[in-house]
Design a protein around this ligand. Structure first.
Ligand SMILES: *Cc1c(COP(=O)(O)O)cnc(C)c1O
Length: 398
């Protein structure tokens, strides 16, 4: 099929949730590169929104999926599942949590976290503790509860009434959080580094104060690490930048290296609040997803991709700051590791994204003022240099 034929089919048969997409359709990928129908090469600096941590078609991931698919793809959670048990062990041994539950997406993992926090207090004899405080400009997913948790009106406004008992307060304002906590609060849920609102890292002092406040007031701290977790920011988990540990955290995006899987990770005694029958999933934790997850996470660990993210991420941010000296349109470069947002002084983000696409580079935009880069963790200095040169040219032309 030609690109135009595919566009016509999509417009006719797919719900219009994605509007006019970027006019390209990929046919194959390898490492940093994707190829379109005409054989044009693109360097992927978006990685499927922080998903393709190992780049495209990494042989370890591909082989794990093939091998498992050849054995069997799915069985119910009525039975013991070896890849599920092994992936849970790998996550626990490399993080602060004690137990893991597998879901199919980030939103679903967050739903599980919300349910667990409420259930923990109900089982302790505080059924009135069901409220969760989140942060403004946060993003926690598109299901009704995670939408209510998301502190951005643009996602919520057409779905009122929202699932009750979520409220959001401004980030980096500990007094606002302090005042919002009541006898009804069971948890604070936040992204230590906000992704979808354009890469906004929380202050280290603030997160330390949030941790202390949660301890003092006897409520749980849930971190949404769906985007910032698993090496994205130069450390295995976002919370490692802040010198604290959450009670519950969630993972998804990079966990399967492209295969859909999410995880709810909890410390004891909170994890034990889920007892048989309290939560479940048909697909969650299935053999294929967990084999992909085990391959992706063990490659992130074995190939020291966190170090590459830390070292090359710093190089990347420095290079972007050099471009800032040259181009007034760059207002601020934000982020950690390979989670990078560039705020512009003019509303040209979409135009820049399109010019980059023409030049063979895939990046993201947030609104009209921020461009975002979330490259695979395997990226090299040469790849970064190539993009910086291309962006330099795009910014001169814009
Ligand atoms: C992407 C994202 C989600 C939602 O994940 P889905 O897999 O799309 O449901 C939740 N939280 C954060 C921080 C995210 O970046």
């Amino acid at each position: 099929m030609t690109l135009n034929e595919i566009i016509a089919l999509d417009k006719k048969y797919h719900l219009n949730t994605f509007g006019d997409r970027l006019p390209v359709c990929f046919t194959k990928g390898e490492g940093m590169k994707l190829w379109d129908k005409d054989g044009k090469v693109y360097y992927d600096f978006l990685a499927g929104i922080a998903v393709n941590a190992l780049g495209h078609s990494h042989p370890v991931l591909v082989n794990a999926i093939i091998e498992q698919a050849q054995k069997f793809i799915h069985c119910s959670n009525y039975y013991y599942i070896e890849p599920q048990a092994k992936l849970a062990q790998l996550i626990v041994e490399n993080s602060c949590c004690d137990k893991v539950f597998f879901a199919n997406s980030g939103a679903e993992a967050n739903e599980g976290a919300i349910k667990l926090a409420r259930l923990y207090f109900r089982k302790k004899g505080f059924p009135e503790k069901f409220e969760i405080i989140t942060l403004e400009k946060s993003f926690h997913g598109r299901t009704l509860a995670t939408l209510a948790a998301t502190g951005q009106e643009k996602y919520q406004k057409n779905y009122c009434p929202l699932t009750p008992k979520f409220l959001s307060v401004p980030m980096n304002d500990i007094d606002a959080l302090d005042h919002a906590i009541t006898e009804y609060t069971c948890a604070v849920m936040l992204e230590p580094i906000q992704g979808e609102s354009g890469v906004n890292p929380a202050n280290v002092d603030y997160i330390k104060q949030v941790r202390k406040l949660c301890d003092d007031r006897g409520i749980l701290l849930i971190l949404d690490e769906v985007q910032c977790g698993l090496g994205r920011t130069g450390k295995m988990f976002g919370y490692e930048h802040f010198g604290i540990e959450p009670d519950i955290f969630t993972l998804a995006k990079a966990l399967g290296g492209g295969f859909p899987i999410g995880a709810l990770c909890a410390k004891e005694p909170y994890a034990s609040a889920f007892e048989p029958g309290d939560h479940g999933s048909t697909f969650g934790g299935n053999p294929l997803a967990c084999s992909a997850g085990f391959a992706a996470l063990s490659t992130i660990i074995n190939d020291n991709l966190c170090d590459n993210s830390a070292i090359m991420g710093e190089y990347f941010i420095n290079e972007l700051n050099s471009l800032k000296e040259k181009h007034d349109i760059i207002k601020e470069v934000r982020g950690k590791g390979f989670m990078i947002g560039v705020e512009l002084s003019q509303p040209k983000a979409v135009a820049i994204k399109l010019k980059c696409l023409e030049a063979g580079y895939l990046i993201g935009s947030v609104g009209e003022n921020i461009i975002r880069m979330l490259p695979p963790l395997i990226i090299t200095k040469e790849d970064i240099d190539g993009y910086i040169a291309a962006l330099d040219k795009v910014l001169s032309e814009i």
